[in-house]
Design a protein around this ligand. Structure first.
Ligand code: SAH
Length: 214
């Protein structure tokens, strides 16, 4: 797999579209300029890699739309050096965008095949991240607390264990809902017993499945 000026040109077109759709954070847009999304897709999709589309990545899962990745990333209000927990590594594209923003990424995937594939691509692109094969509902307690948590699969409910692993003052971005549609929520942890919830529109993710590591 190779990058080229042609792909870079396609990335610039995608960034224009993301900006027109309301993404404002220049640091997030700049990360989209750096990460070659076509590396994360089957070569048959390479020509469409910079259109705002989701694609199959194997094991019945999909890489999120670029707009969804940009929207969730912007909501995290990242600061360099933040510790970020991601649930649903999938292709590793969102993981790379986070790494490109200078944060420490910890990411969990329940499909071994996808976990291993993402690990290879991230190594190839020289992003230093901690990838774990396991159940995202359990989080990564040995690395907690996290400044931010991002969930990239549709959660049937807000997992209490992941709120426990979030710092006070920390932010979780999570699509919540049991059907094919979920509501994007921004949850700010105010204290050990209080959270503030903001509802930010309807999205469609593959489901977050509990205790079914494959
Ligand atoms: N961030 C990914 C999105 C992939 S789709 C990307 O940019 O490509 C969501 C992923 O969540 C799928 O790969 C799915 O296998 C994974 N997933 C679902 N439930 C999970 C769980 N309980 N723990 C970890 N990963 C989970």
């Amino acid at each position: 797999m190779q990058d080229s000026l042609r792909y870079k040109g396609m990335r610039e077109e995608l960034i224009k579209k993301l900006r027109n759709s309301g993404i404002k954070d220049e640091k997030v847009l700049n990360a989209f300029n750096k990460v070659p999304r076509h590396f994360f897709l089957d070569t048959t999709f390479a020509e469409q890699a910079y259109s705002d589309m989701a694609f199959q990545i194997g094991a019945g899962q999909t890489i999120s739309h670029p707009y969804t990745v940009a929207f969730q990333t912007e909501l995290l209000q990242l600061e360099r050096g933040d510790k970020v927990l991601e649930i649903g590594t999938g292709s590793g594209f969102q993981t790379s965008i986070l790494a490109e923003l200078g944060v420490k990424v910890f990411s969990i995937e329940r499909h071994k095949e996808l976990h291993l594939k993402a690990k290879n691509i991230l190594q190839l692109l020289k992003y230093k991240t901690q990838l774990k094969f396991g159940d995202g509902f359990k989080g990564m307690p040995s690395y907690a607390p996290f400044d931010k948590v991002i969930i990239t699969c549709g959660a049937p409910f807000v997992p209490g264990e992941l709120i426990n692993q979030l710092k006070i003052g920390g932010i979780m971005i999570i699509p919540v809902g049991e059907g094919v549609k979920q509501q994007m929520q921004k949850i700010t942890k105010l204290s050990d017993s209080e959270t503030k919830i903001e509802k930010l529109g309807v999205f469609s993710f593959v489901p977050m499945l509990e205790d079914k590591v494959k």
